[in-house]
Design a protein around this ligand. Structure first.
Ligand code: B1M
Length: 219
């Protein structure tokens, strides 16, 4: 019941109500993951469908996105509790021209929660900025997010920039975002694609597996 109210409040873009209901749900011992899946994301799914159908307009979507941020800020410490192990370092960002960050933030939170160190470059990140960050932070993984069909072509540009800077071999590139597919990942030479945040975590662990094996040979 409370999660339905939360989905409804998110859909209507009522940030204060989302904050209060998220607090109440946590006080009722509902897990952060369930609040996310069955409350916040359910509300956002409805927003996405109605926006696509032309039944909702941009100001309403912006209000829902703000409400989403309000809810996520309460869940973040729970989803990203620092574990004792360090799985590796990830640089992540949303590609140039794209301002969508909710999904990228979720991926970052889940990676952090599982033990990755995450350096989040934010949104509208140029290929040069990604390249500089790989040089500066020497991450194991580079995560690229794109939500628009018009910004997906930025992903191969980032990979090309890494290539010409001689940095491509030192980092695994993983990509995701609503319009992105495995086929696209294969086409542009990314190392992996994940359709959602839990799958992104599994992928990141898989891409890092060789390193974990080397560090803990006994398992
Ligand atoms: Co925009 N928007 N939007 N929007 N928006 C979409 C993406 C759209 C599909 C809506 C629609 O038509 N149904 C459509 C894109 C169509 C297309 O390209 N084919 C669209 C459009 C058109 C636009 C504008 C162009 C609208 C306009 O101005 N006319 C504009 C573009 C602005 C820009 O970026 N330059 C725009 C603006 C906005 C807002 C600013 C209002 C807001 C974003 C606020 C914010 O992010 N801070 C917004 C929103 C909220 C949406 C929808 C409704 C919801 C996106 C979202 O947050 N979903 C979206 C509709 C939709 O996606 N169904 C839409 C929840 C989130 C948890 O899911 O982001 O998919 P998602 O992330 C998932 C996976 O994709 C994956 O894991 C995440 C978690 O499970 N994932 C990764 C994401 N990144 C990953 C990286 C990985 C791995 C997995 O590895 C590194």
């Amino acid at each position: 019941m409370i999660l339905e109210m939360l989905a409804e409040a998110l859909y209507h873009g009522r940030a204060n109500e989302v904050t209060n209901l998220t607090r109440r749900a946590l006080a009722e011992n509902i897990s952060a993951l369930q609040i996310l899946q069955d409350g916040l994301l359910r509300g956002m799914d409805r927003v996405g469908c109605e926006f696509k159908a032309g039944e909702l307009f941009l100001p309403e979507v912006i209000a829902s996105a703000k409400a989403m941020h309000a809810g996520l800020s309460l869940l973040r410490p729970l989803l990203a509790q620092s574990p004792s192990t360090r799985l590796g370092r990830v640089v992540i960002g949303t590609v140039q021209g794209d301002l969508h960050d909710i999904g990228k933030n979720l991926v970052a939170m889940m990676l952090e929660g599982a033990g990755f160190e995450v350096i989040d470059l934010g949104v509208d990140v140029t290929a040069t900025r990604f390249e500089d960050a790989v040089r500066q932070f020497q991450p194991d993984l580079l995560g690229l997010s794109a939500l628009l069909t018009t910004t997906m072509p930025e992903m191969p540009r980032v990979i090309a920039a890494l290539d010409s800077a001689g940095l491509r071999r030192q980092v695994k590139v993983m990509i995701g975002g609503a319009p992105v597919t495995q086929h696209f990942a294969d086409e542009i030479g990314a190392d992996g694609y994940a359709p959602n945040a839990p799958a992104a975590l599994e992928l990141a662990k898989r891409l890092q597996a060789y390193r974990i094996d080397n560090e803990n040979p006994s398992g």
